[in-house]
Design a protein around this ligand. Structure first.
Ligand code: APR
Length: 254
């Protein structure tokens, strides 16, 4: 599991990257995507909800779904993994958090300057002029699974406001993707936490780090595409493993 050599490598590192996916928020009650029973894609069709075409075809269905997800994230609390990752930043000269998640649980858990590769639920913007829109918290009982809601209209150009997330078929935000590749190619330790490593281009980051000489550490209770390619593969839940590494590497508690 967590060996002394892993801990020594983490302690020695000047630059650490923590790359996360939906699994890091699973213990906060936010569903992952590909879990066979509870995953969002087991219950919903991504082509109906997470593509620009879907939004064009049925904006109310798509907007309602993302408002339902935003309401769920607002009810959720950062878990021990989010908090341990934030605490690690106090023991490492440079720690960069790169996430595929659209929730703000890393930030609420204490991490700063999180690189969001797939956008953010709380940053919707106008589909026409790009103006970012600040939303009031969803009203309880108004949002619901599959409930349709008309997206708001842009206050600047009357365009339609869209969820602030990256959909299938869309490119990643340039500044964030550049920062992620740079951090991965310059780090000594690269954690890969709670991701199935199936969605590209983010899933190429662990290999970029490995090829640049970094030690790569996977944290996941289940096998993934990265098995056999990482330096250390820790089979376990992020909410247990990340606090344990914090404790054993630096004798630090949450
Ligand atoms: N701790 C760590 N990992 C966990 C935990 C946990 N408590 N619970 C589940 N996992 C793991 C699962 O085993 C799985 O490998 O988290 C992973 C979640 O994988 P996905 O559901 O595929 O999510 P992710 O990798 O983030 O998906 C990437 O795909 O659908 C798109 O845009 C969406 O950002 C998302 C991207």
């Amino acid at each position: 599991m967590i060996c002394e050599e892993l801990l020594a490598t983490v302690r020695r590192a000047n630059r650490v990257v923590v790359f996360t996916g939906a699994g890091v928020s699973a213990e906060s009650g936010v569903p992952t995507f590909r879990d066979a029973q509870t995953g969002l894609w087991a219950k919903f069709d991504p082509t109906e909800l997470a593509t620009p075409d879907a939004f064009h075809r049925d904006p109310a269905l798509v907007w309602g779904w993302y408002e339902w997800r935003r309401a769920a994230v607002l009810r959720a609390q950062p878990n021990r993994a989010h908090r341990a990752i934030a605490a690690m930043a106090r023991h490492v000269p440079t720690l960069t958090v790169i996430t595929q998640n659209i929730d703000d649980l890393h930030e609420r858990g204490g991490s700063r300057e999180v690189v969001h590769l797939h956008g953010r639920l709380e940053r919707p913007y106008c589909n026409q002029c790009g103006e970012v829109r600040t939303l009031a918290p969803p009203v309880a009982g108004v949002t619901g699974e599959g409930r349709r809601m008309n997206p708001p209209t842009c206050t600047r150009c009357d365009g339609r406001v869209r969820p602030g997330v990256v959909w299938f078929g869309e490119s990643l935000p340039e500044r964030e993707w550049f920062a992620a590749k740079k951090a991965a190619s310059e780090c000594q330790v690269f954690f890969c936490v709670g991701t199935s490593s199936l969605v590209y281009p983010p899933a190429s980051l662990p290999r970029i780090a490995g090829e640049a000489g970094a030690a790569t550490i996977q944290v996941n209770p289940s096998p993934t595409e990265m098995d056999g390619e990482v330096t250390w593969d820790i089979l376990g839940a992020a909410g247990s493993v990340m606090p344990e590494i914090l404790k054993r590497a630096w004798d630090a508690n949450l």
